[in-house]
Design a binder for this molecule. Sequence first.
Ligand code: BTN
Length: 269
Amino acid sequence: MTIADLVPSEVVPLLTTRWLARPYHYYPTIGSTNEVLKQLAAAGKLGHGAVVLANFQQTGRGRLRRRWQAPMGSSLLLSLLVQPDWPVEQVQWLTMLASMAVVTAVSQFISVPVGIKWPNDMMLQYDDDWRKFGGILLEGEMDGNGRLRQAVLGIGLNVNLAVAELPDAVTPPTSLLVAGGQPVSRRDLLLALLAALEQGYDDADAGHSPFAGWQAHLMTLGTAVQVTQANGDVLAGEATAATDSGALLLTTPDGQEHTITAGDVTLRR
Ligand code: BTN
């Protein structure tokens, strides 16, 4: 597998999408694909459907101010720009449809179960455990009327990292190579992912919620979890369900149900 496999001349002729990744911007090295895409969009240089992808990120970012690190040439690191004009209640549809696109694409290349740890950690199940191989970082902008004007969806997937290259992380990490035992073509995975993302977005834009599919893949449900909320509060209980707006419902031992809208989930065993 060569480093050159994600350059535009290798990817664009094979795209099956109508509007996504048109244009497709490739950087050998970048700070963060989310940051560069936001800057280009703010300068009016890119519009709906543009994709920025990098072979290496120097300052890749994860949720909750964490870093996202991956060796050069090992991963899929991309951001897409969408301008949905959806009501604010639907903002989490974007992470739901992106998570489901990752499930659809990755399932074509690996036979182990693919799941989602709330809210949008991408997980693989093997050796009786779930491990994280990817994540999604959504950065949205509302207009003055409570509608989603623009969103940048950053997606990072550990594809061909060896065990020794896996990052230190709160959630046990893995890659498609480690979980499946063989390398995966980043280009073929990217093409499948972009096709699934476009389909998922078109469905959502036509008013079909991605919620049911997303909830069905939430491996968090029915398990004992500890949730660290955005304000630092920690709650322990059972994750019982999710809501169409993307919240997690947690029942604590005193029988109270809590609605969690943002935070970090640790699985308790
Ligand atoms: C998470 O699980 O915390 C989300 C990780 C998102 C990482 C991707 S890599 C491409 C894009 N650019 C970034 O700086 N972050 C996202």
